[in-house]
Design a protein around this ligand. Structure first.
Ligand code: C2E
Ligand code: CA
Ligand code: CA
Length: 860
């Protein structure tokens, strides 16, 4: 056993002073482990101990890691040990543990004590500010220590300082770690900030940039620093942005309403581009700022433009379409008015295009349209516009100062359409109907719709006139259209106010004298203009709904009239004229049936419908089934104005109408026109062959009637019999009417007498030609040689006819004929003047009538 060393109290004081000096002096510059090691060394050396170290608990206080230490040789290598079965175990949570001697014997399991050959142990606990165990300070000696050894005094002197320093350095370390981490994350955010596809700006309330991301560099081509302190005005494409509006946008953003807007930027290289910006309010290092995200929308704009293009151009031909046409016209019309130039609008519709489409298919049709479109575009000036409205309709807008400058272009347009088009093996032909109007023509020159409508109307007229032509719109036509419109309104009122009435024209059998019916003819008793005939108002409602209403009104009135006549003891069928449009109505028969069924005591044939021959031919299948259905209802049918519609035999066979009503134009002229006579004869023969009745209209004179009777047509209607009259005049007229004695005598001619009839008409025709030549209505006179005129030729023939050659009448006729020609020669030789002709024609007519009289007796 070793004797404990002793130290005096003076030593202790001295030691304390030294320790304090060391702490204030050389140790003050140290920190952390260095500081602690300096203290350990100080204690070892001052107290002649073997080893002093500072150990820190691991988190669970079951293990200690050396933090700093000093033994006789120098700084200790770092080491760790478990607390169990060591004197240190007793330090944890306690004040001090002091074992001045025999520490090995006390802790036989602590191998470190044995290894180092230790005899004495002093341990002091370290606590943090909150009193939690931090670690220990341990002093060791290989010799036993005296009980008053100064280590007990000196150690506590350092314990506080060591604790404080350890905590401070730990805090500092934590801070440093935190800083490192912060640095790392900030770099992350910045990378994120820069890698965004969008350009990001952080802006002050006035828009100036606080910072921007790399996207801004990419977008504008300026380095990032360039932006700082600049504002949107520095980025704006000149003249393309409203910067004042932008300030208003920013203030809305700062009010908390995120905003999206477009902005035209200008890059460092001067190029301009559109971008879309979304701006939000945000906080940046404590300040209220604007966060703005922008993307380049050049592509989107281009796409938009593409869409706009598609909306304005025709896909097939590439020509402007209806939309662009309207825009262009609106603009150009304004321009034209200012420049006092004229604008012509040509409405172009291809003729015969449908047939090509039908025969060759749509693909060929499309090719043709493209070809024509190209040609037309070349046909106009570069300031003109050709647009496609759709289908085979185009519009050209031509600027011009005069009609002369316009004409060649219009002609070229016409040619562009009509020149043949070669597609592979095919050579196609179409033409165009072009309607033209100019802005000078309209009442409101700035209304494009009006112009187009007028051009369209003119085009329609070009079609009617025979196609492949140009028709200029004229104002009179327009006036007419307006008037028709007004008239229609007025006509509807007339129907409502019951201003229409029916007049009736008797139809008779000239041979028997029987009155066989009456034709109902509409009249308008106009409050100011008096009684108007149908020609004055029917054309205005043709094809209109009013046409049908009026037609039904007529049927209704006519049926009521027949009922009233029957009640008065008169059985008289009535004929009603039916317009084509009315007849075409799908429910025509249904409505007719309803009306007939509503008529008490309806007799078959009481109602006859007159259908224009031309209408009936239009849709012959339909018309014939309407006629059939109507006949089943007991309604009779007549083909009106027969002879003007050019019915062929086959057509006539298919139209089950009982009556052919011979048009008055043939009747009127049959006395003087051998062609009309021939038609009349033909129609009557045709009707006979098909077992139809004929009735002649327009019988104005006894001679008309006589001739018709001679041809075998007994039924007639006309001024020569009676004019149309109010219904209540009919019974009185019937009671008093008597056919002319001439008609009662008249008989159908023998076949061989027909040439004589024609000869008479030829002669009348010749006289009429002389008369017309004298009055100047006809430039050439008829043949003046008595053997050259048609009558003369017939006469020459008749002289060789066995039956006639011996007739004294023929010789008389021959002489009269010579006289007629001589008289005509004399008249032609005289100086012409109306007065002279009037005086001198009398003898000619007398000769004619004598001749015709003799001719008639030749027949008998
Ligand atoms: P329309 O069917 O040919 O009728 C005969 C027309 O000739 C009537 O003219 C009649 O007054 C006239 N007329 C009769 N006899 C003679 C004559 O000897 N000489 C001459 N020069 N004319 C004669 P209106 O009444 O003026 O009717 C004209 C046309 O109007 C009719 O021609 C008919 O097509 C149509 N119309 C008349 N009433 C109606 C109606 O109620 N409905 C329809 N849809 N059309 C009607
Ligand atoms: Ca008629
Ligand atoms: Ca007629």
């Amino acid at each position: 056993l070793s004797t404990p060393r002793t130290t005096t109290t003076v030593d202790t004081i001295e030691l304390t002073v030294r320790a304090l000096r060391a702490l204030a002096g050389p140790f003050a510059g140290l920190s952390g482990a260095d500081f602690c090691q300096a203290i350990c060394r100080h204690i070892v050396e001052q107290l002649e101990l073997d080893c002093v170290f500072v150990g820190l608990y691991a988190s669970d206080t079951e293990e200690v890691h050396s933090y700093a230490g000093w033994d006789g040789q120098g700084a200790m290598q770092p080491f760790s040990y478990a607390l169990a079965d060591t004197p240190c175990e007793h330090v944890v949570g306690r004040e001090y543990a002091t074992y001045p001697d025999s520490v090995q014997q006390r802790f036989p399991n602590d191998l470190m004590l044995v290894e180092m050959g230790l005899e004495a142990y002093v341990g002091a606990p370290l606590f943090d500010r909150k009193g939690r165990p931090l670690g220990i300070v341990v002093a060791l000696a290989t010799q036993a220590l005296a009980t008053d050894h100064p280590v007990a005094t000196l150690l506590p002197l350092f314990v506080e300082t060591i604790s404080a320093e350890i905590q401070r350095s730990r805090a500092e370390q934590e801070l440093r770690q935190q800083e490192a981490w912060l640095r790392k994350t900030e770099a992350g955010y910045r990378a994120l900030f820069d890698s965004l596809h969008e350009t990001v700006y952080v802006q002050q309330a006035d828009g100036r940039f606080i910072t921007v991301n790399q996207g801004a560099e990419r977008m504008y081509g300026y380095p990032r620093d360039w932006f700082i302190g600049k504002g949107p005005a520095d980025l704006a494409a000149p003249g393309r942005n409203d910067l004042e509006a932008l300030q208003r946008i920013y203030s809305r953003v700062l009010d908390g309403q995120p905003q999206t807007f477009e902005f035209w930027g200008r890059r460092a290289d001067g190029s301009e581009f559109p971008k879309e910006v979304r701006a939000y309010r945000g906080i940046w290092y404590g300040d209220e700022v604007i966060f703005a995200l922008a993307i380049d929308i050049s592509d989107k704009k281009a796409h938009q433009q593409q869409l706009e293009y598609a909306a304005r151009y025709d896909i097939l031909t590439g020509l402007p379409n209806r939309v662009l046409l309207a825009e262009y016209m609106a603009q150009t019309l304004d321009g034209c008015r200012e420049a006092q130039r004229q604008l012509a609008v040509a409405y172009i519709d291809l003729d015969g295009f449908k047939a090509i489409n039908d025969h060759h298919g749509h693909e060929v049709g499309d090719h043709l349209l493209v070809a024509v479109a190209r040609r037309m575009q070349r046909a106009v000036d570069k300031d003109d516009l050709v647009a496609r409205l759709g289908g085979d309709e185009f519009v050209a807008v031509l600027a011009t100062s005069s009609a002369e400058r316009l004409d060649p272009r219009l002609d070229r347009l016409l040619q562009a359409a009509s020149a043949p088009i070669v597609l592979g093996e095919l050579t196609l032909h179409v033409s165009a109907s072009i309607g033209v109007t100019t802005c000078a023509c309209t009442h409101d020159p700035s209304d494009p719709d009006q112009l187009l409508r007028r051009a369209d109307q003119a085009m329609y007229q070009a079609k009617l006139d025979g196609k492949n032509r140009i028709h200029l719109f004229d104002d009179a036509l327009e006036q007419d259209i307006l008037l028709r419109h007004e008239n229609r309104t007025r006509l509807r009122e007339a129907l409502e106010h019951d201003e229409f009435e029916l007049h009736y024209q008797p139809k008779v059998n000239m041979h028997s004298g029987a009155v066989i019916g009456a034709e109902a003819l509409i009249r308008w008793r106009h409050p100011e203009r008096g009684l108007l005939s149908p020609a004055a108002f029917l054309p205005d409602i043709e094809g209109q709904p009013l046409d049908i209403e009026l037609g039904e009104w007529v049927i209704d009135r006519a049926l009521r009239q027949t009922r009233q006549w029957r009640e008065a003891g008169l059985e008289l069928p009535v004929s009603v004229n039916i317009s084509g449009h009315h007849l075409e109505q799908p429910d025509f028969i249904e409505r007719l049936r309803a009306r007939i069924e509503a008529e008490p005591d309806y007799q078959p044939g009481q109602l006859e419908l007159e259908i224009l021959e031309s209408t009936a031919l239009g849709e012959i299948g339909r018309t014939s089934s309407v006629i059939q259905a109507g006949r089943a209802l007991g309604v009779a049918f007549a083909l009106d104005d027969f002879g003007t519609g050019y019915s062929s035999l086959t057509y006539l066979k298919r139209l089950p109408a009982q009556v052919l009503k011979i048009d008055q134009s043939f009747v009127r002229d049959m006395l003087e026109d051998p062609d009309d006579l021939a038609i009349l004869e033909g129609v009557i023969g045709l009707a006979d062959a098909f077992r139809r009745h004929t009735i002649a209209e327009g019988v104005e004179t006894l001679e008309h009637g006589q001739l018709l009777l001679q041809l075998g047509c007994e039924q007639a209607q006309g001024y020569g019999i009676a004019r149309p009259m109010p219904a209540d005049a009919i019974p009185g007229w019937i009671a008093s009417w008597q056919p002319a004695p001439l008609w009662l005598e008249a008989r159908p001619l023998n076949h061989e007498d027909l040439p004589i009839l024609y000869a008479g008409v030829e002669h009348r025709a010749w006289i009429k030609a002389i008369e017309q030549h004298l009055s100047g209505a006809q430039s050439d006179p008829p043949p003046l040689d008595p053997h050259q005129c048609r009558f003369g030729r017939w006469l020459d023939q008749a002289r060789s006819d066995r039956r006639l050659s011996q007739s004294p009448t023929l010789r008389l006729i021959d002489a009269l004929h010579e006289q007629v020609h001589a008289e005509a020669d004399r008249l032609l030789a005289e100086p012409r003047s109306d007065r002279v002709i009037g005086e001198h024609l009398g003898p000619l007519y007398q000769l004619r009538d004598r001749l015709l009289g003799e001719l008639e007796s030749l027949r008998r």
